[in-house]
Design a protein around this ligand. Structure first.
Ligand code: THU
Length: 164
């Protein structure tokens, strides 16, 4: 028997200006994407913006449904938007933010398990090239992850299907 620990790496920022210009811009795009959220049931808007290697930006927002399991999160809408609009482009960064009229959001929105799994697949689709995951809250607290493995440790991925 061996007791083990796992370290998760991420960086915390408390001001937008601490980030490089392109990441500040990407967060602004994610905030703009909040306007496209369809969230009448939760009133919780989530916006996402993806920066591609070509320089193109694609966005996503949560799209809800009266049948709740049918809701799709902003992150997945953005990733699938990227994959159908620019299928061969490489995802370099994704910024995610949230807003609601019901309370103050103090901490950055953290992707759900399904979105993390879709991020794992998106990395796999681009031959293992990782992308930055930038989590933002309206009070400009920001968490940056350089690898999806830090978001979803012990994830199931294509290597498992080949017993690698
Ligand atoms: N949601 C997202 O879009 N992304 C997340 O990271 C967490 C949750 C959405 C799903 C649903 O429309 C609403 O937020 C409340 O769960």
């Amino acid at each position: 028997m061996k007791q083990k620990q796992l370290t998760i790496n991420y960086t915390e920022y408390t001001d937008l200006n601490q980030l490089p210009d392109d990441e500040q811009q990407l967060i602004i795009k994610a905030v703009e994407a909040l306007n496209t959220s369809y969230s009448p049931y939760s009133q919780f808007k989530v916006g996402a913006a993806i920066q591609l290697a070509s320089g193109n930006i694609v966005i996503g927002s949560n799209q809800e449904n009266s049948v709740s399991p049918v809701c799709i999160c902003a992150e997945r809408v953005a990733i699938f938007n990227a994959k159908v609009t620019y299928p061969d482009d490489i995802i370099e960064k994704i910024a995610i933010t949230a807003s609601t009229q019901n309370f103050e959001i103090e901490n950055p929105v953290t992707p759900c398990g399904s979105c993390r799994q879709v991020m794992v697949e998106a990395v796999n689709r681009q031959k293992g090239k990782e992308f930055k995951i930038i989590l933002h809250s309206p009070n400009n607290r920001i968490l940056v992850f350089n690898s999806v493995n830090d978001m979803l440790p012990f994830n199931f991925n294509e290597k498992r299907l080949q017993n690698v």
